[in-house]
Structures are given as structure tokens and as C-alpha cells.
Write a protein that binds this ligand. Sequence first.
Ligand code: OSB
Ligand code: MG
Length: 373
Amino acid sequence: MKIERIDLYQIALPYVHPFETSFGLEREHHAILVAVRADGLTGWGEAPVSTRPAYSYETTVTAWHVLRDFLAPALLGQPLETVEGLLSFLRPVRGHPMAKAALEAALWDLLARREGLPLARLLGGVRDRVEVGVSIGIQESLPHLLARIEAFREAGYRRIKLKIKPGWDVGVIRAVREQFPDIPLMVDANAAYTLADADRLRALDDFDLLMIEQPLSYDDLVDHARLQARLCTPLCLDESITSPAQARCALELDACRIINIKQARVGGLTAALQIHDLCRSRGVPVWCGGLLETGVGRALNVALATLPGFTLPGDLSATARYVRRDIALPPFELNTEDSTLTVPSGPGLGVEVDEGRLSEVTRRRETLDGTTA
Ligand code: OSB
Ligand code: MG
């Protein structure tokens, strides 16, 4: 009844469409998957790290190093009890939230499987479908963007999020609003602006946006508070919220009025739950962000989004929006009548890893069982 073995897999899974943000174009999904084995059961988790330190400072190389040399050895041989107890072994490692989140996810999956319960139930989720939208990257032209929006609307997605950057913002959003006057619409700048752009960002107040996500620097709160005071549109923070403590600072400063929760960004599910509870106690809406995860990370995000404070649609699209063949089955499909994903009802994450597909997309693999550590 103890943690016997941890397998690491570095994968590259080709996207159906390249995804462009203000920090560049990605053609494939890079990640490190972890499989934690104990008691005849396996739990899976994903660190959605990129090959470059862009959205996050972690990369496939740093996450591999920290998992292999510090986090996995700290867990191996420990008795399989509560997640809280096991997390105490990860705590001495500072930073590296995505590496930690992957292991924590695998522990939750393992413990929910041991109980025979879907993870959403174990977390206290309150719904069996979660409302979702689609996040659309920067396109090569306005006609391409309008066609992409039209195609996603036809596929059944209600809420549309558009990536913006200087030069691809006010004019583009005006044109989108002319063509689609009534759709739930929001924008995400991935930290591409500074407070000097406040007037330009204020021009977005004309377009009835649900929110403006992370306009300013990834580590800023004070300028976001200054900007929020000058805008009617709610600001939502993504990159700037790296922990429950940062979430509290952001709310105290009125740096945002909505928080995008990504469990991988904040260091795991426990921290995500704490941010959810904090926001809920203050009446601040949260929603579940995404990092283009595989079915493993997506299943965890979907379970998280069943909690009551998740009152806005998540960036959790159907599998087919991201990849042709995922490493986990079954694929997530969109319920077109209400723009939702169905929460899996099987034990744990409720998806199974397709080992054949996983080995096709694996670039590096290592088994840790304490004998080499
Ligand atoms: O800022 O929300 C973001 C993807 C990669 C890096 C950052 C972000 C995103 C997305 C995609 O917007 C959301 C998804 O998983 O569909
Ligand atoms: Mg974002």
C-alpha cells in the first residue's frame, strides 16, 4: 500500500491547428505525463509545459529534472494515504508548479480510483456537465478569424475567447462585434500590453466583452489595479495568479474582478481549490482555464470545473478541437445543445490512457522505482 513506481513520459502531440498567442506559434502539444503506481492501481497526471519558458518559466527540461531528481524520489516508498499527507513531501521543493501539479493530479486520480469514485464526486462537484467555450489564437487575417468564429459557432461553442496583441486588437474586435453582435465574447492578451496602453484597452469597453484577460505583465498586480479603475470591463487574471496568496493580493488590490484558475499554473489541485474557496467567499466568479492539455489534463480540469464557484464557461473544448488522436480515451465531445462537456462518470479521472498512442508520441521515458534514485 505504498507508492512503488513513477513513470515519466515526455510527449509531443501534433495539434489539428497551430495555436498562436502573443508569445508565439505552437504546432504541437508538449507535456510531461506522470504515472504513479501503488497497490495495483495507476494514477495519471500532466505537466503542460512548453519547450520554451514563455507562458510559464517551466519547460519540458526543467519539469523533467525536478520530477525525476526531487519530486518523484520524495514520494517513492511513501504510504498511500491522503493527498494532503503526500503533498507534505513535495513542499520542500520551491516553485516548479506544473511539475508538482502533475504528481498531485496522479495522486488524486489514484485515490479516487481506490475509492471507486469519479474525481468530481470526491471534490464535491455539483454538476454533471460543465459549460465550455473556445479560445481562438491570433489568425493570419481578419477574414480567417471571422471564418474560424463562424465554424466554432456552427460546431456548437457559445462563448468565444480571442487572443489579442498590439496591432491585433480594437479594429479586430470591432469587426468581430459587427458580424457577431450578440455572442458571449472575451479577449486574452497574455501580458502583451503596459499601462501606457490604457486608452487603447479602454476602447474595448465599447464591445460588451465578458472580460479582458491578463492585459499587463505576468508578474504584475499594481498596474492591473490602476487599469481596472479606468475600465468598465472586468479584468481577469491568468498568469499573475500563481498561488492562493497571490489571488488574495489581487482581490485586496482590486487588480481583477474574475480569476482564471488553471490548476497546473498554481501548483496543483489543492491550491486551485483554495483559490476557488477564497473567490467564492468574496463573490468573485472563477472559471477553468486550459493549457491545451491532453485528455489526462482535460479530465482533471473538467472535474475541477464542476465546483460551485465555476460560474463562467471554461477554456475546455472538445478533444477534436486540439488533436486528431489523443493519448486518453474516450475523447471529450461537445454537447452542442448547451455548449458543455459531460463530466466522466468512471472512477478517478474517468479516462483511460491509450498506451499504444502514448508510445507513438513519447520522446523520452523513464521509470523510477527507488532502485536508481
Ligand atoms: O492564456 O489561456 C491562456 C493556451 C496556451 C497558453 C495560454 C493560454 C492558452 C489558451 C488555450 O487560451 C485554452 C485551451 O486550453 O483551450
Ligand atoms: Mg490566458
